[in-house]
Design a protein around this ligand. Structure first.
Ligand code: NAD
Ligand code: AHE
Ligand code: ZN
Ligand code: ZN
Length: 376
């Protein structure tokens, strides 16, 4: 197949708000600095649903969505020396070129080497590798994992150990890494800290898991879905709060500040709702509490609070991919999973085939899944 176009199946997003359609697509060979990957396992993240809904200012159609997955390299383009056919890999929506101003700053994981073209749904040379029914398809988040084969930039590939089970470590492509990374890399939660987490999907529960591993003494999980209480406790939450069932008329942030000793050292918003983002900021402890925005809010949404909240010492932060430098850090996270220090299996609530992909979106919307894994 090397050097040739491959015909395979993919879930195509033809238009916002429409279900994905399984189609036969053509996937061109990788060009200079690119890698073609045979995907083995992918999972659906809330962000895929967000883009499909039409709320993403960068959403492009028709496209192949998906950004959480793992596979085996099928072939590499000219100039790719550090990745070879047969390597087990996780595609990265946050590249790591190790050369750009961002990569060398030591301050961020937000490599900008391929970010501009990635946001335009094309490869770094400005062209596309997918076609369906004679029409070019856009790439998505530099990954397009909802396809049996995909082509990504070599700087957007983390090579992991050969014995890693791809149907598990695919979750390190986004959700689990984002939550655990937010705790470790972005907020640097320390032993004994108090933590509150809004939204207990895979991302929020990964924050809970990360906080427990960091030795936090109080971990409050907050979700309007009562089914999440049991899960939160299993992942390490010490308390669960359902905002609909506090029995109090106060705003949620005041209720939490009163109940939890003046508020939290660290809070995390894992929903994508600007109202809960404000709650999370204002539930931080006066003088030092820090809040991290992880959730992705829809086009046109804005956050607000009284500036006095920041004047009196609270800090508002945000994170993409949990501040993780994928090529450097994912191999270590795979090791942690293999050594049974990092949970992955517990996030998988169902296994599916590609033709069931719309079902996985429905389960997510219904609050019935954490991560649905699709194997090819
Ligand atoms: P999910 O849909 O599985 O989980 C969201 C949870 O929030 C659900 O349990 C839901 O019941 C809960 N919820 C909804 N409204 C609520 C409210 N008002 N109060 C309390 N709980 C509420 O989503 P996910 O896949 O875990 O992703 C979470 C968010 O993180 C999404 O916005 C996603 O786009 C974003 N995300 C961001 C990054 C990043 O790098 N910044 C990475 C991955 C995901
Ligand atoms: N494209 C949107 C924003 C979407 C967004 O915030 N994406 C997160 C990752 S979500 C993964 O599930 C992210 O990493 N953003 C940083 C980046 O560089 O894309 C918009 O508003 O335009
Ligand atoms: Zn994601
Ligand atoms: Zn870079």
């Amino acid at each position: 197949m090397e050097g040739k176009t491959i015909t395979c199946h993919a879930a195509v997003a033809w238009a916002p708000g429409e279900p994905l359609k399984i189609e036969e697509v053509e996937v061109d060979p990788p060009r200079e600095g690119e890698v073609r990957i045979k995907m083995h396992a992918v999972a659906t993240c809330h962000t895929d649903a967000f883009t499909l809904s039409g709320q993403d200012p960068e959403g492009l159609f028709p496209s192949i969505l998906g950004h959480e997955g793992a596979g085996i390299v099928e072939s590499v383009g000219p100039g790719v020396t550090d990745i070879k056919p047969g390597d087990a890999v996780i595609p990265l929506y946050t590249a790591e070129c190790r050369e750009c101003k961002f990569c060398t700053s030591g301050k961020t994981n937000l490599c900008q080497k391929v970010r501009a073209t990635q946001g335009q749904g094309v490869m770094p040379d400005g062209t596309k590798r997918f076609r369906c029914k004679g029409q070019d398809l856009y790439h998505y988040m530099g990954c397009s994992t909802f396809s049996e084969y995909t082509v990504v930039a070599a700087v957007s590939v983390a090579v992991v150990r050969a014995d890693a089970p791809l149907d598990k470590v695919c979750l390190l492509g986004c959700g689990v890494t984002t939550g655990v990374g937010a705790v470790r890399n972005t907020m640097k939660v320390e032993k004994g800290a108090s933590v509150a987490v809004w939204g207990l999907g895979a991302v929020g529960l990964a924050v809970v898991h990360g906080a427990q591993m960091a030795g936090a003494s109080v971990i409050v999980g907050i979700d309007t879905n009562p089914r999440k209480e049991k899960m939160a406790k299993e992942f390490g939450a010490t308390h669960f709060v359902n905002p609909k069932e506090t029995g109090s008329d106060e705003p949620l942030q005041s209720y939490l500040v009163n109940k939890f000793d003046g508020g939290f050292d660290y809070t995390f918003e894992c929903i994508g709702n600007v109202v809960t983002m404000r709650q999370a900021l204002e539930a931080c402890h006066k003088g030092w509490g820090e809040s991290c925005i992880i959730g992705v809010a829809g086009s046109g949404q804005e956050i607000s609070t009284r500036p006095f909240q920041l004047v009196t010492g609270r800090v508002w932060r945000g994170t993409a991919f949990g501040g993780t430098k994928g090529r450097t850090q994912l191999p270590g996270m795979v090791d942690e999973y293999m050594n049974k220090q990092l949970k992955l299996d517990e996030f998988i609530t169902g296994c599916f085939t590609l033709d069931q992909i719309n079902e996985t979106f429905q389960l997510m919307h219904d609050g019935m899944s954490l991560r649905s894994v699709i194997t090819f």
